[in-house]
Design a protein around this ligand. Structure first.
Ligand code: BF8
Length: 647
C-alpha cells in the first residue's frame, strides 16, 4: 500500500505546472524571477525528493539504534530488536510529537525568562497588560495578586511559569488546571495522561521511545496524547498568557497582507520566526531609527512579518503580513528585502542560498538557530534594544547596496482585520449584551444562524498546492454558515485572499453574513470577516479559551460543542502536537497530508476511530477541500443533533 501511495503522490507532484503549485498570485509572479536569478525553492527541491521512501512514508522504519536502520518488508515483519510495524509507527509518531511539544514549551520558557528579567529591571520591557497579569496571578493562586506591586507580581508569575515547565513530579499542573475544564481533567486523569509539567512528557517520551523500552503501540499513543496536552497548556497557553502581559492583549485592527506590502522606497525588514520578544523590539527600533534610514536615501523603514512572528506583530502592532512559510523564499526574489531577521522555528536553511542570489541579508539571532552563510547577531532580552538597533542598522546599511534595477514587487495586497483575542471578542459581544456577553453568540449558534465553527490552522506544505486547501476549505465552510477561526500560516492564506477583511463577509452564507453584520456594526466596523484572525500558532490557546468559556456557559463539555478543526496543509512536528492537543480537548481534527501512520492498523484505528470513545474526538483525513468540508460539517451537525439544536 505504501508503494502505491508514494507513486500516486510522485505522479501528482511531477505533473504540476506552476499554477498548480500555489494559488498565491505573488508567488506565481516570483517563480519566473527566481528561476532567472538561479534561485531554487522548496517546490523545486520537493521534485528532487520524488519518489519518497515508502517505508518512511508509512512510518514502518526505525533509526533509533545502531543495529538498524530497520524497516518492515515482505521478508521482515520485525526490526532487529523485534519491534513490529505498530511499534515503529507509534514510536516515530511519539518522537515527532515530542519535538513539537519541546518547541512550544521552549518558546514559553523564553517568554517567561523575558518577563522575569523585565520584572527585575534587567531587561527593557514593560508590562503592557497589568489587568491580565493580575487575573493570571489570582487564578494561579498567588497570594496578594490583586494588590502587590506589579513588578513583584510579574516576577512571581514568571518564576511560577518556569517551575511549571520544569516540574518533574506532582508539584506542577497549575497552568493546566487554570485553563482546562473539569470534565477534561477527569478524562485525562482516567487515561493517566495528565502532564504535571511541560518538560516531563518530553523527557519521559524520549526515554520510552529509545531502544528496548515501550513496545506497546497503545501505550505509546497515550504518550502522544500526554505530550499534546503538555504542549497545549505549558506551551501554547503559557506563551500567549505571558506575551499578552508583556506586549498587550490584541484588539481588532486593520492592516494589509500579501507581497505587495513591501515598499520600493523604504528599507524593508522582514521579521520571521515565532517569538515577539525579538520582533516587538525590531518594530520599536525601526521607529527610532527612521532618520538614519532617511539619511541613507530611503523614505523610511517598512517592517513586515512572515509566519508566526508576523502574526504576533500584526495582531498587536498592525504590522503588515508579507506571507507564510511558502512565501518566505520567494519574497527574497522581489529584490526589495534588505534584511530577513529570524528567531526560531520554521526557518528554511535555504533562505541563505536564496538570499545569495539577491542583496538580502539573513540575520539569525538565536544561539540555537545558526545557519552557515547568514549573519549572526545574538539576541539577549537583557540587551534587547541594543541588539534590535544593531539589526535595523545592518538593514539600513544594506539598503545602500540594493540594486534598484532588480526590484520587482508584485502588486498583490489586501486589507486584513486581525487581532481577535477572546478578550476583544467579548468586548464586541458585550456591546450587544453587557451583562452576559456570550449570550448573542450562544443564541446565534442555537438558532443555527451560526451552524458551528471550525479552526483552520497550521502550515503550508509544497506537497499540497500552496494556500489552496486553507482557502477553498474556508470558502466552503463559510458558505455553509460555519464560522472559521484561523491562526498560523493558514491565517496568512486567508488574509491574502480577502477572507479576513470586512467585505469578505460576502463569501459567507446568508445567515452567517447577517450575524457578522450585527456583530461588526456593534464593534463599529461595518461587518466582521467570515474568517477571524486569532493570531499565531501559540494563539491556538485563544481558541481553547473561547471554547472553554462557551462550554461552561452552556453547561456542556467541549467535546459536545458544534466545533471542529483542520490543519489542511500541515508540515511541522508542532502541528502534530497541536493537533493531538486539539483531539485531547475533544475537538475532531482534519489533517492533510496523510501523517506517517498508515503502516500500522493499530495506530491508525486508534487515532481515527477509537479516540472518539476515549476523548470524544478523532482525526480525519481528506486531500480534497470539499470532501473535508463535508466531513467537518457532518461532525458539526452530529453535535447539533445531540444537543437538540435546530438547523
Ligand atoms: O507555528 S503554521 S509552518 S509558521 S508551524 Fe510554522 Fe506551521 Fe507556519 Fe508558525 Ni505554526
Amino acid at each position: 500500500m505504501g508503494e502505491n501511495l508514494v507513486l500516486r503522490e510522485k505522479r501528482e507532484i511531477e505533473g504540476r505546472s506552476d499554477s498548480d503549485k500555489t494559488i498565491d498570485p505573488a508567488n506565481l509572479e516570483m517563480f519566473e524571477i527566481a528561476r532567472k536569478a538561479g534561485m531554487e525553492t522548496a517546490f523545486d527541491r520537493l521534485l528532487r525528493q520524488e519518489p519518497k521512501c515508502p517505508y518512511c512514508f508509512t512510518g514502518v522504519s526505525c533509526r533509533n539504534c545502531a543495529m538498524g536502520p530497520c524497516r518492515i518488508t515482505a521478508k521482515a515483519d520485525r526490526g532487529v530488536c523485534g519491534a513490529t510495524a505498530d511499534v515503529m509507527v507509534a514510536r516515530g509518531l511519539l518522537r515527532n510529537t515530542l519535538a513539537g511539544t519541546a518547541s512550544h514549551v521552549d518558546h514559553a520558557r523564553h517568554v517567561a525568562l523575558a518577563l522575569l528579567h523585565a520584572a527585575r529591571g534587567e531587561a527593557p520591557y514593560r508590562i503592557r497588560d497589568e489587568a491580565k497579569l493580575r487575573r493570571l496571578g489570582e487564578t494561579l493562586g498567588i497570594e496578594g495578586a490583586g494588590s502587590m506591586p506589579v513588578e513583584k507580581l510579574a516576577e512571581a508569575v514568571a518564576v511560577l511559569a518556569l517551575q511549571e515547565i520544569g516540574a518533574t513530579h506532582a508539584n506542577g499542573g497549575r497552568w493546566l488546571r487554570m485553563h482546562a475544564t473539569e470534565e477534561r481533567l477527569e478524562t485525562w486523569s482516567r487515561l493517566d495522561v495528565l502532564p504535571e509539567g511541560g518538560m516531563l512528557p518530553v523527557l519521559e517520551g524520549m526515554h520510552r521511545t529509545s531502544m528496548g523500552n515501550d513496545a506497546d503501540p497503545v501505550n505509546l499513543v497515550l504518550g502522544c496524547i500526554k505530550a499534546g496536552i503538555a504542549d497545549g497548556f505549558y506551551g501554547l497557553h503559557m506563551s500567549t498568557d505571558l506575551q499578552d502581559v508583556l506586549f498587550g492583549t490584541p484588539k481588532p485592527k486593520l492592516s494589509q497582507a500579501g507581497m505587495g506590502v513591501l515598499r520600493e522606497d523604504c528599507v524593508n525588514i522582514a521579521c520571521h520566526g515565532h517569538v515577539p520578544v525579538l520582533s516587538e523590539k525590531i518594530v520599536e527600533a525601526a521607529e527610532a531609527l527612521e532618520e538614519e534610514a532617511k539619511k541613507a536615501g530611503a523614505a523610511g523603514i517598512n517592517v513586515v512579518g512572515i509566519c508566526c512572528t508576523g502574526n504576533e506583530i500584526l495582531e498587536r502592532q498592525g504590522i503588515p503580513a508579507v506571507g507564510n512559510e511558502l512565501n518566505s523564499e520567494l519574497v527574497i526574489a522581489t529584490g526589495a528585502l534588505d534584511a530577513v531577521v529570524v528567531d526560531y522555528q520554521c526557518i528554511f536553511p535555504a533562505l541563505v542560498p536564496a538570499a545569495k542570489c539577491f542583496h538580502t541579508k539573513i540575520i539569525t539571532t538565536a544561539p540555537t538557530v545558526k545557519i552557515p552563510g547568514a549573519e549572526h547577531v545574538e539576541f539577549d532580552e537583557r540587551r534587547a534594544d541594543e541588539v534590535a538597533r544593531e539589526i535595523v542598522r545592518r538593514a539600513i546599511e544594506n539598503f545602500r547596496s540594493r540594486d534598484r534595477s532588480r526590484v520587482h514587487i508584485p502588486e498583490f495586497r489586501t486589507r486584513v482585520l486581525a487581532g481577535f483575542s477572546v478578550e476583544a471578542l467579548l468586548e464586541v459581544l458585550s456591546k450587544l449584551n453587557s451583562s452576559d456577553p456570550l449570550a448573542p453568540l450562544v443564541e446565534a449558534i442555537s438558532s443555527g444562524d451560526v451552524k458551528g465553527a471550525v479552526a483552520i490552522v497550521g502550515c503550508s506544505n509544497p506537497r499540497v498546492p500552496h494556500d489552496m486547501m486553507h482557502v477553498e476549505l474556508a470558502k466552503e465552510l463559510v458558505k455553509r454558515d460555519i464560522l472559521v477561526l484561523a491562526t498560523g500560516c493558514a491565517a496568512h492564506a486567508h488574509a491574502k485572499t480577502g477572507l479576513m477583511k470586512p467585505e469578505g463577509a460576502e463569501m459567507a452564507g446568508e445567515r452567517l453574513r447577517r450575524v457578522l453584520k450585527v456583530l461588526g456594526e456593534a464593534a463599529g466596523m461595518g461587518s466582521l470577516p467570515p474568517v477571524l484572525h486569532f493570531g499565531s500558532c501559540v494563539d491556538n490557546s485563544r481558541i481553547s479559551q473561547l471554547l472553554k468559556a462557551l462550554a461552561e456557559r452552556l453547561g456542556v463539555a467541549i467535546k459536545d460543542l458544534p466545533v471542529a478543526a483542520s490543519a489542511p496543509e500541515y508540515n511541522t512536528e508542532k502541528a502534530l502536537s497541536i493537533g493531538t492537543w486539539a483531539v485531547a480537548l475533544g475537538i475532531t481534527t482534519h489533517v492533510n497530508p496523510l501523517p506517517r501512520i498508515t503502516g500500522s492498523e493499530v495506530v491508525t484505528s486508534l487515532l481515527t476511530e477509537k479516540a472518539e470513545e476515549l476523548l470524544g474526538a478523532r482525526f480525519l483525513h481528506s486531500p480534497d477541500p470539499v470532501e473535508a468540508a463535508d466531513m467537518l460539517e457532518e461532525v458539526i451537525l452530529e453535535k447539533r443533533r445531540k444537543l437538540g439544536l435546530e438547523g
